[in-house]
Design a protein around this ligand. Structure first.
Ligand SMILES: [Zn+2]
Length: 81
């Protein structure tokens, strides 16, 4: 996180944000009940299970509450330089 942020919704907040860390937990569910039958280590996923490759965290604007990916806030700040 080394670039300035600007909220694309309220367009005023550049300073107050909540960073929401995303901790990935891969699981196998029972198809009938939805109960977790196995938690799987990222390195031992089977070939049919796609590993999470999304952002490590999302960002919430501390002024209006909008939640988006970090790049959305960075892009808006770049447009308003
Ligand atoms: Zn906002």
């Amino acid at each position: 996180m080394t670039a300035p942020y600007l909220c694309p919704n309220c367009k005023t907040n550049k300073t107050r944000f909540n960073l929401i860390e995303q901790h990935v937990k891969s699981v196998k569910l029972d198809p009938q009940t939805g109960v977790v039958i196995q938690e799987i280590n990222q390195s031992s996923l089977d070939p049919f299970h796609i590993a999470y490759k999304g952002p490590a965290y999302r960002v919430q604007c501390g002024a209006c509450g909008l939640i988006e990916d970090e790049r959305t806030f960075i892009k808006r700040a770049e447009l308003h330089k």
